[in-house]
Design a binder for this molecule. Structure first.
Ligand SMILES: [Zn+2]
Length: 313
């Protein structure tokens, strides 16, 4: 890319309140807003992988496999397909189809909905679309909990899993309330089998192999037609707004996959003096020194910052 950064800054010299005010001002003045969102946003919305949610829905699996959070549980080799889908169906349901526990995403939507916006995210939970964001303005680069693919894969298509996942959790003795909340049976998890009937284990309609999650964990990840269309729309958004007054707003992006969001956002900021880079991340908010004058860095909770910004507008 021909652009190298010399070091990092964690502060812009402003206090937190000044930064919030500046972020509100930049948002208000921006012609376009490009949001980059990572796992920290998902967690800020109350979608945690450990603690109460883990105990509530997975204590039977934890007793057997001793994983510390449900995300790690996804990497275990279970004893059978039936048990594997017992685990995954609960995981998919509570993180993809059950109600989002807080209005963090709705707050963000309210801040950007009247702007020309686009969202690039490594999250796979579909919270943006479920909170009102236009699906034509989203690019989920790493997959979707709501999609399956052939495990080989023998072809590049993905398949909606909602109705089968629903059958899987019901078969384990859970019920699903009207708003989509996964409810335990009166006997709790002990009364609930960890298994789903073998007939529900999904098979590839083309080759008959087991299906797998459409998540970028290794090189079997399927980039289907929808993925390619979203990628093209993202590139188009960036191209159309070159040189515009653009706010690049990064929320909850950690250090795991910097090539997807952070590095390109830094480069875009450095290459346009009308661009502003804003980063909100509790415990990890920094930018290259070269763009510190164009940056708003907030080492703070995302939900609180969004609320404070809305109040400033
Ligand atoms: Zn196949």
């Amino acid at each position: 890319m021909g652009m190298y950064f010399s070091g990092f800054a964690t502060r812009t010299g402003e206090g937190c309140e000044d930064s919030v005010r500046r972020l509100a001002r930049e948002l208000d003045a921006a012609d376009a807003v490009l949001v980059g969102a990572g796992a920290g946003l998902f967690t800020s919305a109350g979608l945690t992988y450990s603690g109460e949610r883990l105990a509530r829905y997975f204590s039977d699996f934890v007793r057997k496999y001793h994983f510390a959070d449900m995300y790690s549980g996804g990497f275990y080799s279970f004893t059978s397909e039936s048990e594997r889908w017992g685990f995954w169906s609960r995981y998919i349901w509570i993180n993809r189809y059950a109600p989002i526990p807080s209005d963090t995403y709705k707050q963000l939507y309210d801040l950007v909905k009247d702007k020309d916006y686009f969202v690039l995210t490594t999250n796979v939970d579909h919270c943006f679309q479920r909170s009102g964001f236009d699906r034509g303005r989203l690019f989920y680069t790493q997959g979707d909990y709501g999609l399956w693919q052939c495990s080989k894969p023998c072809h590049d298509a993905t398949y909606d899993n909602e109705s089968v996942v629903r059958s899987m959790v019901l078969a384990q003795g859970f019920s699903i309330s009207g708003d989509g909340t996964l409810e335990l049976s009166p006997g709790g998890l002990d009364a609930c089998g960890r298994m789903v009937p073998e007939r529900l284990a999904p098979r590839c309609p083309v080759c008959g192999r087991p299906m797998s999650m459409n998540l970028r964990a290794d090189d079997t990840f399927v980039e289907d037609a929808g993925w390619h269309r979203a990628a093209a729309r993202y590139q188009d958004f960036v191209r159309r707004h070159e040189g515009c007054r653009m706010l690049l707003l990064v929320l909850g992006v950690g250090g795991n996959t910097p090539v997807i969001i952070k590095y390109p956002f830094w480069r875009m900021t450095a290459s346009s003096r009308k661009a502003t880079y804003a980063c909100v991340n509790l415990g990890e908010s920094f930018c290259p020194r070269e763009i510190v004058g164009q940056s708003v860095l907030l080492d703070a909770g995302i939900t609180q910052v969004l609320r404070d910004v809305a109040r400033e507008l």
